[in-house]
Design a protein. Sequence first.
Length: 266
Amino acid sequence: MAEALLLARAEELLHELGLRRAAEVVVNHADAAAARQLTYLAFLVGLLEAEREARYERYLQARMKLANFPFRKTLADFDFRFQPSLDERQVRELATLAFVEEGTNVIFLGPPGVGKSHLAVALGIEAVRHRISTYFVTFHRLVDDLRRAHADRRLERRLRVYNKPRLLILDELGYLPLQPLDAANFFRLVCERYERGLPMIITSNVSYGEWDRLIGDPVLAAAMLDRLLHRSVTVNIRGPSYRLKDRLRSGVPLTVPAVGREGGEI
Ligand code: ADP
Ligand code: MG
């Protein structure tokens, strides 16, 4: 068969087999292979690698969307020098995602603006890259959603949604005390994920000592913390708000906003 016909046939077959990227690049790869006198095997490997790379990219795009991140910031975007109270080695260790395998919860505690959400999302992005199913939700949304589901008698079904991802990121565990029903619903989720060994990343500006007040019931708060902290790493960040850093640098006097008042923080 003439070369051109063979190429057309190759494209057709690759398409039919669902190897879209390989079909797109087979002409170029064949030309390059001829020009550089590559072996048949080297040509084949190059073509298959192009296909695999394109598939991984498509997979990543889809999973990143599903993960529901509010923004895309990575560890590379994080300036550790700005936050010396943070142990960079510990964060890098977390980025290996061994904690997900172990079912260990990661809890970022600290005042507003110190990078809790940034780090939680960065670890989440790392998890997606490692093909770990991940879902991000703010605590406020979660509680609202479970309350509505409970009212519609579909709490079980809704809980299943939050139990599905291997890694659940709960952002901004609230400052405002929870209603008893909300606390009970959240407790269900904590128990179910704990029993399945499914880890969470939680960010909060509420220290553990304040959980009695947050949950509104000391016995329930203790039972919840017991499960959350059984296998857990707490990362305390004490430091200046990154949001206010420019003001700090320019020497403008700083009035620290009251907790719960700054740009949508709980
Ligand atoms: P928190 O969740 O603790 O309130 P965020 O993670 O939302 O804080 O951080 C506030 C903003 O500052 C975000 O835009 C975040 O990307 C940025 N930020 C915080 N800390 C750092 C840092 N050390 N390096 C780079 N950007 C940071
Ligand atoms: Mg935050």
